[in-house]
Design a binder for this molecule. Structure first.
Ligand code: ADP
Ligand code: MG
Length: 378
């Protein structure tokens, strides 16, 4: 896959960029809505990525364009950066410059291959490529962790999208052939070998094409449910509750909705650790079963799925997937399946048939490979 940030830069600005930085999207293998509960997650970077071609300017102006928004050049002064301005995609770029306290201007062209809004984190691919680029270009000397925090602040405080910190950490720290076990409370990461292809397996993504809106209510309301549950249980976050504590904790909550939300988060943390352990043993059957259990929990207890993704998961399992689940923030987006590489064609046909039968618009399907994290590429 060739992206065209550098040539787009030349065409629009008439000179060469100083450098090009790339950052990947990610698939969250498991661990949904656990990040902001100080829990554990297990994402891996994918080959789909965003490139940012950047050169500095002397006049304090920022000019930016995205090849995904042809014909639009957004211009503003670095001194006037302030949350709320501009809106739309350019806010992600402006937010990174703001969070990094940039004082100099720059020209920037981006090109990306991560599908937007499908739960594969095109937003982190964008903010992390820009963050890594500005850090190099202006010599800020920030670590990858610090860049991840700035990229998260850009989304949370500038764009106004209440996401946890997983996406940015994954985009910056993941390694090829590995998933990244990220423990939010301990603030530690561990590379977990993840090479399904060596076992004749693939990860198939089925993008339902139903788009979520993070900035809108549902994600925020799940967060509030988790915070309220933690408050009632007198713990700092739901990470403070283990599977062994669960029966007593659920009784103490005394609210059906909060019981369900808490049960999802607590069991999900355990599933993340169980999958990491199963991967270490090459126990792919168990990995698959845990993925499907995670889907059921996300769908029934966290109520964050949608019919289109549920139908895809069912079709994938019927077509022989070892396991399948909704990945990403929920309320739309993509399903992933761990599936025999030889069964992929059947699975695609099964999803197409199931969608056709219900008059859904066709799903977009592709396989993903555990790939490298963000890096300078030119
Ligand atoms: P996700 O991160 O799951 O893809 P989000 O809603 O968090 O979904 O982020 C998607 C938004 O990120 C897009 O609507 C757009 O504003 C911005 N974005 C991501 N990649 C690009 C790109 N290549 N060009 C312009 N905007 C982008
Ligand atoms: Mg996002």
């Amino acid at each position: 896959m060739t992206l065209a940030a550098a040539s787009g830069f030349r065409r629009l600005f008439g000179n060469d960029p100083t450098g090009v930085w790339a950052a990947p999207g990610r698939v969250n293998l498991i661990g949904e809505h656990t990040d902001y509960n100080e829990g554990v997650v297990l994402p891996f970077a994918i080959a789909e990525r965003t490139e940012a071609a950047i050169a500095s300017r002397q006049d304090g102006h920022i000019r930016m364009c995205s090849l995904q928004h042809p014909g639009e050049i957004v211009e503003l002064k670095v001194r006037s950066l302030s949350p709320g301005l501009p809106r739309g995609w350019a806010a992600y770029v402006a937010g990174v410059a703001w969070a990094m306290e940039c004082e100099e201007g720059f020209d920037l062209a981006i090109d990306g291959s991560v599908p937007l809004g499908s739960g594969l984190s095109s937003s982190a691919a964008l903010t992390c490529s820009v963050g890594l680029g500005l850090n190099d270009l202006f010599g800020f000397g920030m670590t990858h962790r610090q860049i991840a925090r700035a990229a998260q602040a850009a989304e949370n405080d500038y764009v106004g999208a209440p996401t946890g910190g997983m996406d940015q950490i994954a985009s910056l720290l993941c390694r090829s052939g590995h998933a990244l076990l990220y423990d939010v409370r301990a603030d530690t990461t561990e590379q977990v070998p993840f090479a399904p292809e060596a076992a004749g397996l693939s990860v198939l993504v089925v993008d339902s094409m139903i788009r979520h809106g993070h900035a809108s209510g549902e994600y925020q309301s799940r967060r509030q449910d988790c915070e309220e549950s933690a408050r009632r249980l007198s713990v700092r976050s739901l990470r403070g509750v283990t599977v062994a504590d669960l029966p007593i904790a659920l009784e103490q909550l005394g609210d059906e909705r909060l019981v369900k939300r808490t049960r999802h988060v607590v069991t999900e943390n355990q599933r993340v650790l169980d999958i990491a352990a199963a991967l270490a043993r090459d126990d792919w059957e168990r990995v698959g079963r845990l993925l499907t259990e995670a889907h059921e929990s996300y769908r029934d207890d966290f109520a964050a799925s949608c019919p289109e993704v549920d139908v895809a998961v069912e079709a994938l399992l019927e077509a022989g997937a070892l396991g399948a689940r909704l990945t990403g923030g929920g309320f739309g987006g993509a399903a992933i399946a761990l599936i025999g590489t030889d069964d992929i064609d059947d699975a695609r046909s099964a999803v197409d048939a199931a969608y056709d039968e219900r008059n859904y618009q066709p799903a977009s399907m592709f396989t993903v490979m555990p790939s490298a994290g963000a890096q300078r590429i030119a």
